[in-house]
Design a protein around this ligand. Structure first.
Ligand code: NAD
Length: 490
């Protein structure tokens, strides 16, 4: 049974071996809750990436030759080990992100559930059988693996991000190489340990650590990586699409959002406040699905704003289970988001609350940002159109439903959206007209279930979906099969 204790130097896991980076480089991983170093981490370079790809290529055919049911059994074993170690896994997530153990447990349980869901797909893995115009011919469509899958993830929900990609990539018969986020190497390492313990053969699942340009880019560029599945920023996603596109590799992009939450004049305002808080501030706003544009009908704007501010003032920021959210992931991101708020203020925005780092005794040197709400921001201002990935949201006053939907749709992104109304006709009109991958009535802009597809339009992605059986479409290709029986006979 592996001991899931954070190593002094988090190693790569290549070909069944835990090892430092080939050139010996390391970098420091700090705790966002206090800015102190937790451990060193293998700083991989192109040499490590090429070694992992070679091992993956060797190992993949035998993995693909197993039945899908057998692969599913091994994935179920990983999920069972994760469940056995859920407290430990959650404490590693909590350590590397600064989120509370309670929130880390919620995330870990979601990752485990994803494992069980995907493992069950081993018993379905549906293709299609159909008719043929030719007598005595059976026509069908089945799935086939792609080969080596390169998985590159963000840090916001680290163990869930691993699970969303690793489980479906492996079920489909690929060998998978995960490039962990440099901000969250520890839980990705722990997942690798459990995968090995579950019996996943050497080389079939490997983890690399390091920086994007050094350890991620070579994975994107290598001709033997058949599919690149990426979760992260638009800027990097665009580069990946271009680079992998040049060699015609398959690319799945799950990118940013600037998600609207509409509060109508007939909304249950208390419920709308609850969900606005969750959408804007849970996980310190580090969600692609964060509610960062709150569009409120003029008729209830003042009342809603007063209730929202009252509730926001009660939020507690810290690492305890009794706190509402923790720090942001690193110092640079904290400075970037606060600079963006400062620019908006200079351009005329009003900061209703927050807008600064929390540096009192209880927050010390951690990367804690106060829950921040702005108003008097133009719909086309920089801060309205770019993602901040922090606990910052903006209120907009809208006349009516028409203006709300038009403004909600006027965005470079199209990931998630929510409306608060008691009117079923209005709710259904919203569902029909909103241009988003996920539409929610009377809830938050966030939330995903393992059996439901997740992804967005426009710059939020490139059309693929994660989770659900739709995730299998990312990691497999189709094979059309014709079987002629009794050839020559009619
Ligand atoms: P990022 O793009 O900076 O980094 C994401 C990952 O890409 C990291 O592992 C990083 O090392 C790697 N990377 C960076 N440059 C690279 C390169 N040139 N080649 C290959 N890999 C490279 O993003 P971030 O700031 O860590 O994460 C936040 C972003 O992730 C936000 O935009 C957020 O919306 C997005 N996100 C999207 C979803 C979704 O499902 N749509 C989910 C979570 C996060």
């Amino acid at each position: 049974m592996p001991v899931l204790k954070c190593p002094a130097v988090v190693p790569n896991q290549i070909g069944g071996v835990s090892a430092p980076a080939l050139l010996g480089g390391t970098f420091a991983k700090v705790n966002p809750a206090d800015g102190r170093e937790i451990c060193q981490v293998a700083r991989s370079t192109v040499e490590d990436v090429h070694l992992a790809i070679a091992r993956a290529k060797q190992a993949q055919p035998a993995w693909a030759a197993l039945t899908v049911v057998r692969r599913g059994e091994m994935l179920r074993q990983i999920a069972m080990l994760m469940r056995e170690h859920r407290e430990t896994l959650a404490s590693l997530v909590s350590l590397e992100t600064g989120k509370s153990q309670k929130d880390a447990l919620g995330e870990t349980d979601a990752a485990i559930e994803m494992g069980f869901f995907v493992a069950g797909e081993g018993r379905r893995f549906y293709g299609q059988t159909t008719t043929s115009a030719v007598p005595n011919r059976t026509a069908m469509v089945m799935r086939q693996p792609l080969g080596v899958a390169g998985l590159i993830i963000a840090a916001n929900t680290p163990i869930a991000n691993v699970a969303w990609k690793a489980f479906p990539a492996l079920l489909c018969g690929n060998a998978a190489i995960l490039k962990a986020s440099e901000d969250t190497p520890i839980s990705a390492w722990a997942f690798g340990e459990l995968a090995r313990e579950a019996g996943v053969p050497d080389g079939v699942y490997q983890t690399l650590h390091g920086f994007g340009e050094e350890a991620g880019a070579p994975l994107v560029e290598h001709p033997d990586v058949a599919v690149v599945s990426f979760t992260g920023s638009c800027e990097v996603g665009r580069w990946i699409a271009e680079t992998a596109g040049r060699r015609l590799a398959k690319v799945c992009l799950e990118l940013g959002g600037k998600n609207p939450l509409i509060v109508c004049d007939d909304a249950d305002l208390q419920n709308a406040v609850t969900w606005t808080l969750g959408s804007a501030f849970s996980n310190a706003g580090q969600r692609c699905a964060a509610g960062s544009r709150i569009l409120v009908f003029d008729a209830v704007y003042d009342r809603f704003t007063a209730l929202l501010l009252e509730a926001t003032h009660k939020l507690k920021v810290g690492t305890a289970d009794t706190d509402d959210f923790g720090p942001v992931i690193n110092e640079q991101q904290m400075h970037n988001m606060l600079a963006s708020v400062a620019r908006a203020r200079e351009a005329g925005a009003t900061v209703l609350t927050g807008g600064s780092r929390l540096t009192d005794a209880s927050h010390g040197t951690g990367f804690f940002v106060a829950p921040t709400i702005l108003e008097h921001v133009g719909a086309n201002d920089e801060i309205s159109r770019s993602e901040l990935f922090g606990p910052i949201t903006i209120l907009y006053r809208v006349r009516d439903f028409e203006e709300a939907v038009t403004m909600a749709n006027d965005s470079p992104f199209g990931l998630t959206a929510s409306i608060h109304t008691q009117n079923i006709n209005r709710a259904m009109a919203f569902v029909g007209r909103i241009q988003a991958g996920v539409a929610v009535v009377n809830g938050g802009t966030y939330g995903s279930e393992p059996h439901m597809p997740f992804g967005g339009l426009r710059q939020s992605g490139n059309g693929w979906r994660e989770a659900g059986t739709q995730a299998l479409d990312v990691y497999s290709d189709l094979k059309t099969v014709y079987i002629n029986h009794h050839p020559g006979q009619v």
